[in-house]
Design a protein around this ligand. Structure first.
Ligand code: LLP
Length: 388
């Protein structure tokens, strides 16, 4: 919900831009940290959701670690000042250079996704006379019941080591002098709103942990990944139910004394804290369709074009008097030369005019970071609530 004073400030700022509500982010981070504290759960923030340094400063400040998927993200986390012993490096395709960079930065752990990667990491660590801590990412074949494009834990997905390869994986771990095997890692998908899915994950994690322990390995870390969803349909429901989420793991995960439970949350921490603020360039009223053409498009927020993702769209200039006005159905589109450059079809809005300010809500995760230069668009700017 935007206050009138925000809307009048937006009028004076060149659009489009991402507007970050830093107070809401702070509140979300505290709520998450407070919910995790009684169970001593460790949170690593997944930088891929948003690596904006202003947000990272806040996230580091709360004491969370960093979950990175490229050497660039590892470097960004180090630059911002995350403790290197709280940085993990995941990803199905780490290059030799990236592995070497991360070894030089003495990060906490590599989440390894294939047997060949274990061999390469062992060789590269040996060449540096180092020992790399590793967790094995296992594909648990648990259905996350989310959009198929963001499901990651099924047998057909490219991520992780499948259960039938674990015996060979265990042999490789035993033979690798320059690796220290510390735990197992899972991530079954993103934007998960059916929390029962996590009960199924816990059952599988318990089975895999037992399998490794029966083989004589000690697991110091159980990393259950991220994926907790947010309410895109009602963005004023601002903070996800972290208590319900952590309670499931507390209840269903078998944790040994001295074992740490790690989470890699991205979207749930930053998703609701930003909106894409954009202006109507043109209104096209046609016979079959009415269009609002915005000055932001799929180059600024790609999720609707890529996943048919829903983001709530609000005409901030007209919304205060909405009850007096009849609603009109518009296709809300961007300026890019692609038919998929559409934020919503047949969206009911008050009658809209050139110059109206629109907010595309819940854009804090996988928004700014997935922006592209297609059509040689200008780089999208960021504005912070505490600066205006
Ligand atoms: N850990 C791993 C290994 C991951 O692959 C991901 C996300 C996360 C943690 C964080 O997941 P989260 O808590 O944010 O759900 N671009 C897509 C989402 C891709 C998610 C990729 N992996 C979107 O816009 O919906």
């Amino acid at each position: 919900m935007f206050a009138d004073k925000d809307i009048s400030k937006f009028n004076n700022i060149e659009t489009p831009f991402y507007y970050y509500d830093t107070e809401l982010l702070q509140k979300t981070l505290h709520t998450c940290a407070d919910a995790a504290a009684p169970f001593k759960f460790h949170i690593h923030y997944a930088l891929k959701a948003n690596f904006n340094s202003v947000l990272l400063e806040q996230i580091k400040g709360i004491g969370f670690g960093a979950d990175c998927v490229s050497a660039g993200e590892v470097r960004r986390a180090v630059e911002v000042g995350f403790d290197h012993k709280k940085i993990v490096f995941a990803g199905v395709g780490k290059s030799d250079k990236e592995i070497n960079d991360a070894l030089d930065l003495d990060i906490f752990c590599f989440n390894v996704e294939s047997i060949q990667e274990l061999e390469v990491l062992n060789e590269l660590a040996a060449a540096k006379g180092k020992t790399a801590q590793v967790a094995i990412r296992i594909n648990p074949n648990v259905d996350a019941h989310t959009h198929h494009n963001i499901t990651t834990g099924l047998d057909e997905n490219k991520f992780g080591i499948n259960s039938w390869d674990l015996p060979e994986c265990a042999e490789t771990l035993k033979a690798s002098q320059n690796l220290k095997f510390i735990g197992i890692h899972f991530h079954i998908g993103s934007q998960i709103t059916n929390l029962d899915v996590y009960k199924n994950l816990c059952v599988r994690v318990n089975e895999f942990a037992k399998w490794f322990e029966d083989k004589g390995f000690t697991l110091e870390v159980l990393n259950v990944g991220g994926g907790l969803g947010i309410d895109y349909y009602n963005p004023d429901n601002q903070i996800p139910d972290f208590n319900a989420y952590f309670n499931i793991f507390n209840e269903f995960l078998e944790v040994k004394p001295n074992q740490e439970v790690h989470f890699e949350l991205g979207r749930a921490l930053v998703g609701q804290s930003a909106s894409l603020i954009t202006r109507a360039l043109y209104i096209k009223n046609g016979k079959k369709k009415n269009f609002v053409v915005l000055d932001a498009g799929m180059t600024e927020l790609m999720r609707p074009a890529l996943y048919q993702a829903y983001h709530k769209i609000e005409n901030l200039s007209q919304s205060k008097i909405v009850h007096l006005k009849s609603q009109i159905k518009y296709d809300i589109v961007g300026p890019i030369c692609e038919s998929t450059d559409c934020f919503g079809k047949e969206v009911e809005q008050p009658e809209s005019f050139r110059g109206d300010i629109f907010a595309i809500r819940s854009a804090g995760a996988y928004g700014e970071v997935m922006a592209s230069k297609y059509n040689l668009r200008d780089e999208i700017r960021s504005v912070y609530s505490n600066d205006i």
